[in-house]
Design a protein around this ligand. Structure first.
Ligand code: F6R
Length: 240
């Protein structure tokens, strides 16, 4: 693991965007693994600016998102489908047919997970972008998830639902289930960058880097990947 400590969130986002921009410049048809949540927002902002400055194009990029809530419609303002279109895809020249976000139709969810997985196994991710949950989850691989899992349906941790309550009106409104890439899918990526910002991530970041590899802190498995860059701000790095 390579650890890059930055001054603040803006610097974390800047560093991450340099890596993503370089990846796209080096390989125009890169396969990107994408995350949602608060952490990558500024990264996406920077990528949109780089596109507007004609530095990069998303025309040939293939993208696979880590996860999606189950129990809210794709058109719901907090779905990850909406998030990705709002913050990145509708602002760049991304071809919609190259966008992959797990469908969350409950009636076909097992089949969807299986098909997403088959697709992931056909297209190795060149660069996977990750955030980290305060409980050490990556994607929605919550503590206790078997490290050998491929795309699956997960019941969200109480902690995760509380953390994500800020996007909803109440805890009841936060979905209880999600579809997520498994740890095995994430670990197959050629390169991974994990970004973390803020004091609430400090414990998880510490255990990810210095703890033993355990399914109790799923991000710790990244210690076993050959090419991981962890980009953290001062607060997230405060326990290192
Ligand atoms: C999002 C995802 C999650 C988040 C994590 C951190 O697609 O897979 O693992 O990266 O929950 O979320 P934020 O960035 O909102 O703190």
């Amino acid at each position: 693991m390579k650890i890059i400590k930055c001054e603040d969130y803006a610097a974390v986002s800047q560093k991450a965007s340099e890596i993503v921009i370089n990846q796209i410049k080096t390989k125009a048809n890169s396969v990107l693994g994408l995350a949602t949540g608060s952490t990558p927002l500024k990264l996406y902002d920077n990528l949109v600016k780089a596109y507007q400055n004609k530095e990069i194009s998303f025309k040939y990029i293939l993208s696979y998102n880590l996860d999606e809530y189950i129990g809210i419609d794709r058109n719901h303002s907090q779905s990850y489908y909406q998030y990705m279109h709002q913050h990145l895809f509708s602002l760049v020249d991304m071809d919609e047919k190259n966008v992959h976000i797990p469908n969350n139709d409950v009636n076909r969810i097992d089949e969807i997970a299986e098909l997403y997985n088959i697709d992931l196994n056909k297209h190795q991710i060149d660069l996977q972008i990750l955030g980290i949950g305060s409980n050490g989850h990556i994607g929605f691989n919550e503590p206790g998830t078997p490290l050998g899992n491929e795309t699956f349906i997960v019941e969200l941790d109480e902690q995760t639902r509380k953390d994500n309550m800020r996007f909803f009106n109440s805890l009841e409104e936060v979905p209880k289930y999600a579809i997520t890439m498994g740890i095995k899918n994430i670990m197959k990526s050629k390169k991974i960058i994990l970004m973390a910002s803020g004091i609430e991530k400090a414990d998880a970041v510490y255990h990810m880097i210095h703890g033993r590899v355990t399914d109790e802190l799923p991000a710790s498995v990244l210690q076993l990947h050959p090419d991981v860059v962890v980009i953290v701000d001062k607060l997230a790095a405060s326990k290192l």
